[in-house]
Design a protein around this ligand. Structure first.
Ligand SMILES: [Zn+2]
Length: 246
């Protein structure tokens, strides 16, 4: 009697487990996350865009199907590509001259689509487009320490963009003198770097608190030393994921 009872209980439990298994399996196809469609824009001066953005960072972002990246170094192609883009990843320091494209980038942000702005794109690149720095970068950089070693300190360890990144790490790069523009979009600092030369502390990883969308600014990224370095790779993957609201 007891045996029969236990057996029927066991059968019931098994049925439940199998049922859960089936329903999970059924859910799986819909659960499978779609790759984030990233448009990465490079090109300009002082950097090997093809090697470190087009090759290295594209591979970093596409690993494990996180993103599907379309890289371009032709800013005239941005306009047509934006409708199929979830995240705009700007690394360029060549000008984006076309007015319609500039407007479309602002509209992209207004529509809640995410942006990641990396290294060269955090510079004050365009005298005729101050709105770019003011509204999308929340400031910018006009100088940097000579390429060399410095330490990066994560100041907000709880933010999704800093997840899995060591609390402090050091690397060779250009320490950007990123400064917040008090009249620009507010900025939240996630990591800082102290200049070994001057002792001055600069934001090194930021969130630009745009009212409609998510924007992350990554100051690192001059060459191989950052692009092949695990904390940097984690940073850009986290950034793309977070701005895409995934
Ligand atoms: Zn650089």
């Amino acid at each position: 009697m007891i045996k029969a009872f236990l057996r029927s209980g066991f059968v019931l439990l098994l049925t439940c487990l199998l049922g859960m298994g089936v329903s999970n399996a059924e859910k799986d196809p819909s659960k499978k996350k779609k790759a984030i469609r990233v448009l990465m824009v490079g090109g300009g001066s002082s950097h090997d865009f093809n090697r470190w953005y087009k090759q290295e960072d594209v591979a970093t972002l596409q690993k494990d199907g996180l993103a599907s990246v379309d890289y371009t170094d032709d800013p005239t192609t941005i306009l047509a590509k934006l409708p199929q883009t979830d995240v705009l990843f700007l690394t360029n320091n060549q000008p984006i001259q076309d007015d319609a494209t500039r407007k479309a980038i602002f509209a992209f942000a207004e529509a809640g689509k995410g942006l990641v702005l990396a290294h060269p794109a955090l510079w004050y690149n365009w005298k005729d487009w101050p709105e770019y720095n003011q509204q999308l970068v929340g400031g910018g950089s006009r100088g940097h320490d000579k390429y060399g070693n410095f330490e990066v300190v994560i100041t907000n360890k709880k933010h999704p963009v800093t997840k899995g990144i060591p609390a402090t790490f050091s690397l060779d790069d250009e320490l950007y003198y990123y400064k917040i523009d008090p009249s620009g979009t507010p900025v939240e600092v996630l990591a800082t770097a102290k200049s070994p030369k001057s002792g001055e502390v600069f934001p090194n990883l930021i969130v630009v608190k745009h009212p409609k969308t998510r924007i992350v600014g990554v100051c690192l990224g001059h060459d191989a030393a950052s692009h092949t370095y695990e904390p940097y790779k984690t940073m850009i993957r986290n950034a793309v994921k977070w701005v895409a609201k995934k």
